[in-house]
Design a protein around this ligand. Structure first.
Ligand SMILES: Cc1cc2nc3c(=O)[nH]c(=O)nc-3n(C[C@H](O)[C@H](O)[C@H](O)COP(=O)(O)OP(=O)(O)OC[C@H]3O[C@@H](n4cnc5c(N)ncnc54)[C@H](O)[C@@H]3O)c2cc1C
Length: 512
């Protein structure tokens, strides 16, 4: 049986381990992970939890702080290398969906909390909480079935955007995945999912028929608009505040657009305002099948000299076009040729045939792996010129040559309606922000300060934050702006109803 060691003291690593080893045979001394050999004061109270019975039924891997592999189990799978110092007490890497149920039941019996790790891509690392059990879903990475005639598929959560499109492509089908190749569907779907071809396909969650989940009692349930609809409502946009583990997504697929094309236009930042003003009007006339964005980013090598006045930064307009007919794609692309300052364009590619592989390669190059990051993506009803100009000088002075500022301008005559039947509730003309990326610890202070100032500068123009890409750890106040008022209250009411004992970490628990 579990015994509690009531200790308020900070333990040295040696004493910590010796206490652990002194625990009854078969028991594991489970405590907060050590940071530099010390227990964080807030978590100095520890307990002995007996894992013997659990180990008989749990098929995956259980890792505890006394094991050499613990650090890797907690932090190894995180995308952002600006690592948190938070730590769970156990990492439970499940082998299958039954394991998820087993570990949630174990947590309930032992009065421990659980947190879920999907792909580990949360920029602010919400999957790592202080104390509790981290349920690592890494091995739930299979496409269970594809029913091509019905355009349906069942997917486990830890499948990347690139893998998903590659699986559907042989059937000429596609799914509204996110933009970067490695990001997993797991937390993307629950956050809402800002997707490729969103103007036509909608957000990722809008192509969900049902989600299989393990709830706070460890029961396997299925949630859809008709079955367990409140779970389904919450799962469509509650992001890191979901009170169940999603184990399978039942999705609707879409015909793969037959004529995908991409255009890029580089302009000097001197011409940015003119381009932006024109684009803001033009975007309304473009079909929703055009994904239009405007960026400030480091200029490619061959343009660096021409951008010297702006510290080597350049303005870029990109259009990704998802049509079935190449003539239609060309027609949409042709509109960008009418820019009033097109003669000043520094470099361009016009309506080049593309596919998901190439789009993922391009996104992968803009958001490289193994970097330290601060990220906030947001919604705004300003014009793209207003939001780029308000922070133009600051953007040019970004300390890192990897940082990008990107604003997507929703195309078509109307901005997308706010969702009525999902926790996700954002609607705006623009979506974007700063992705602050750098390489080394020595650069942390400068980049963190730069990012904070960028957020301060654009704040007056914002009307919301994206729950899937906002720093809700550093800025809990962003949460309220990420789910509109009543919807956040409803999420919390449903949490009380379905997870009354708080088995799942809520938005803020364990994020010291
Ligand atoms: C390079 C990069 C590019 C990105 N591009 C996009 C984009 O184009 N569009 C977009 O919408 N987002 C994008 N994102 C954000 C991304 O969608 C979110 O970070 C999302 O949470 C990633 O999913 P994950 O499973 O890796 O998250 P994790 O970091 O593993 O988990 C984050 C949180 O989600 C919850 N969670 C995850 N999986 C489950 C589950 N199966 N059941 C219950 N709860 C779960 C947990 O509460 C956890 O705290 C991008 C992120 C990165 C790093």
């Amino acid at each position: 049986m579990a015994a509690i060691i009531k200790s308020q003291e900070k333990l040295s690593r040696r004493r910590f381990l010796s206490r652990g080893l002194a625990a009854a045979a078969g028991s594991f001394f489970v405590t907060h992970g050590l940071i530099d050999g010390q227990l964080p004061a807030a978590l100095a109270q520890s307990k002995v939890v007996d894992l013997t019975d659990l180990k008989k039924v749990f098929k995956g891997t259980l890792t505890t702080p006394s094991e050499a592999s613990f650090k890797e189990a907690v932090y190894g799978g995180l995308w952002n290398k600006l690592l948190t110092t938070r730590s769970p007490q156990i990492v439970a890497r499940v082998k299958d969906e039954a394991d998820v149920s087993t570990i949630v039941k174990f947590a309930v019996e032992n009065k421990m909390k659980v947190t879920v790790r999907g792909g580990g891509h949360s920029w602010c690392q919400t999957s790592v909480r202080d104390s509790g059990i981290m349920i690592d879903l890494t091995d739930l990475n299979q496409v269970i079935s594809i029913d091509a005639p019905k355009r349906k598929a069942i997917l486990q959560p830890v499948i990347s955007n690139r893998e998903a499109q590659a699986k559907f492509k042989p059937y000429d089908l596609a799914f509204p995945t996110g933009h970067c190749p490695q990001v997993k569907l797991s937390g993307y779907m629950l956050s809402g999912g800002m997707s490729w071809n969103q103007g036509v396909w909608g957000h990722g969650f809008e192509s969900l028929d049902a989600i299989e989940m393990v709830n706070a009692k460890g029961e396997h349930i299925i949630a859809s608009k008709t079955e367990n609809p409140e779970y389904f409502w919450a799962a469509c946009g509650s992001g890191p505040g979901m009170f169940a583990v999603a184990t399978r997504y039942h999705v609707r697929l879409h015909p793969l657009p037959k004529a995908m094309a991409a255009s890029t236009y580089f302009y000097s930042i001197n011409d940015m305002a003119k381009v932006g003003d024109w684009l803001s009007e033009e975007a309304k006339k473009l079909p929703p099948s055009v994904e239009l964005s405007m960026w400030i980013l480091p200029a490619p090598k061959e343009l660096k000299d021409k951008c010297a006045d702006h510290k080597g930064r350049v303005c870029l307009v990109t259009a990704s076009i998802f049509e079935d007919d190449f003539g239609q794609a060309q027609k949409a692309a042709a509109m960008l040729e009418k820019c009033p300052v097109i003669d000043k364009c520094l470099q361009k590619t016009v309506c080049e045939p593309t596919n998901f592989e190439k789009l993922f390669d391009a996104s992968g190059a803009l958001w490289p792996e193994n970097l330290r990051n601060k990220v906030d993506s947001t919604f705004s009803n300003a014009t793209v010129t207003e939001i780029l100009e308000i922070a133009r000088e600051h953007t040019e002075n970004a300390p890192s040559d990897l940082t990008v500022v990107m604003w997507a301008i929703f195309t078509g005559p109307n901005i997308p309606e706010p969702q009525k039947d999902a926790a996700f509730s954002m609607s705006s003309k623009l979506y974007g922000g700063a992705w602050t990326m750098w390489r080394t610890q020595a650069e942390d202070d400068a980049n963190i300060a730069w990012h904070a100032k960028y957020m301060d500068l654009i704040e007056p123009l914002l009307n919301g934050h994206y729950i899937g890409e906002s720093d809700i750890v550093g800025h809990p106040e962003y949460l309220k702006k990420a789910v509109s008022g009543r919807n956040m209250e409803k999420i919390e009411e449903l949490r009380k109803k379905y997870d009354p004992d708080g088995v799942f970490f809520n938005y803020r628990d364990g994020l010291s």
